[in-house]
Write a protein that binds this ligand. Structure first.
Ligand code: PMT
Length: 397
């Protein structure tokens, strides 16, 4: 996701400086080349050696002591993204004022790359009007602020000022890096999870879909620059920075959310396991146990995918347990789709709730492509590659 990207990671003198090591590691794992700039105060909390071991690059600590005099310019020009995490009240004030008196502030002043700032400090320092004014000034100047969280503070107190969750920080970096991705300017609508069809206040008809497939698709599309609306029944899987998530329960909720979302969409991906039927009646009070059995009457739900019309690329899934090819081809033509992602959900390690999946892709033009078993996060990119191969140009663009 960050392959080929040069990230300058500025770490400043907050107790949260030790989290800089984890942030650097996550950025490296995502493919970025990371240049760490440690302020003198930060170097009291975390050693350059730790960060050099993680990034396999020299760490910069001062303007004069370990680098040529123009290093800040080289760093600034090469950077695709600058991230300051954690950012103290001091660095925030200095960069808001345009100061250039150490390696980090000089690099910030010299770069044209997007700059992300993740504050971390005691609540009283964070809420101080001077700090708030400086943060506001940074926003006006186009800096991206990654808001701190509320929680336990190093002083033992509780309040806002904890460094944002590392997933959220790296999610913001990916979002900033995605601006020139291959889906930039495209709008994707994705559904995920199993719908829940209420029977009474405590029971519902549902299925085993975890929502993982849809969340990974949404993250992959976001990381490639798309604007993404995810309509889902399930709890978040991973981080959702920059993804417009709408939570729904039933097939009928999903249908109306989708009808609102597909306006101007370039692509719809229906990864959700939508209930084909719902109880004919949703009782308002709990159904009491009675001797003998119980007959439950079901009525059909609308087929959401079939009625979702527009000039966007339409991708459906086929969850099969028997003849996968037959089911997939039937869905391709009866639902008039551009692509069907077919999975045999009876296979171990595939389908519902697994972390991996093995699918076969059926294209409108008759092409069929087999993909090997792989993590759902990797599969998401392969499905998006397939959508790119279909092309948006003859559709909505
Ligand atoms: O969420 P996970 O745990 O990661 O699991 C992923 C998955 C197994 C749910 C996913 O890979 C998958 O197969 N999703 C589709 C499940 C399904 O409902 O398949 P289907 O063959 O019954 O439906 C075919 C297509 O029509 C699907 O795109 C479905 O979203 C859509 N549909 C179905 C019924 C309905 N009333 N409206 C629909 O739009």
């Amino acid at each position: 996701m960050l392959a080929g990207k040069e990230v300058v990671l500025g770490i400043t003198g907050s107790i949260a400086a030790y989290k800089g090591a984890e942030i650097a590691s996550r950025l490296v794992q995502a493919g970025a080349s990371v240049n760490v700039v440690l302020t003198e105060s930060a170097a009291r909390f975390i050693t350059p050696l730790t960060l050099e071991s993680i990034t396999s690059r020299k760490v910069f600590t001062g303007l004069w002591n370990n680098a040529p005099a123009t290093t800040h310019i080289t760093l600034a020009e090469k950077a695709d993204i600058v991230l300051i995490a954690p950012a103290t009240a001091n660095i925030i004030a200095r960069i808001a004022g345009g100061f250039a008196d150490d390696m980090l502030s000089c690099t910030v002043l010299a770069t044209r790359a997007p700059i992300l700032v993740a504050p971390a400090m005691h609540t009283d320092m964070y809420e101080n009007p001077a700090t708030q004014k400086n943060i506001e000034r940074l926003r006006e100047l186009g800096f991206i602020i990654i808001e701190p969280e509320e929680g336990r503070l190093a002083s033992g107190g509780y309040g806002r000022g904890r460094l944002a969750d590392i997933d959220i920080i790296t999610g913001n970096v990916k979002l900033a890096a995605a601006k020139d991705g291959d889906l930039a300017g495209k709008k994707l609508v994705i559904t995920s999870g199993g719908t829940r069809e209420p029977l009474d206040p405590v029971r519902y008809l549902g299925n085993r879909s975890s929502g993982k497939t849809g969340y990974f698709l949404a993250q992959a599309a976001r990381d490639r620059g798309a604007s993404v609306r995810l309509i889902t029944t399930s709890e978040p899987v991973g981080e959702t920075t920059g993804i417009d998530v709408e939570r729904v329960e039933t097939a009928r909720d999903m249908l109306s959310a989708l009808n609102r979302a597909t306006e101007n969409a370039d692509c719809l991906i229906m990864a959700a396991a939508v209930a084909d039927y719902r109880p004919a009646e949703a009782f308002t009070t709990k159904i009491k146990k009675s001797a003998g059995g119980m007959d439950l009457q079901l009525v059909s739900n609308t087929d959401i995918l079939s009625q979702a019309r527009g000039s966007f690329v339409r991708v459906g899934f086929a969850a099969e347990t028997g003849d996968v090819d037959k089911g997939a081809r039937e869905k391709l033509s009866s639902k008039d789709l551009d692509l069907v992602v077919a999975n045999d959900v009876s296979q171990p390690g595939a389908g519902f709730d697994a972390d991996s999946n093995r699918v076969r892709l059926f294209f409108r033009n008759g092409k069929v492509e087999d993909l090997e078993l792989m993590p759902k996060s990797a599969l998401a990119h392969r499905i998006i590659d397939a959508i790119q191969a279909i092309g948006f140009s003859d559709k909505n663009c």
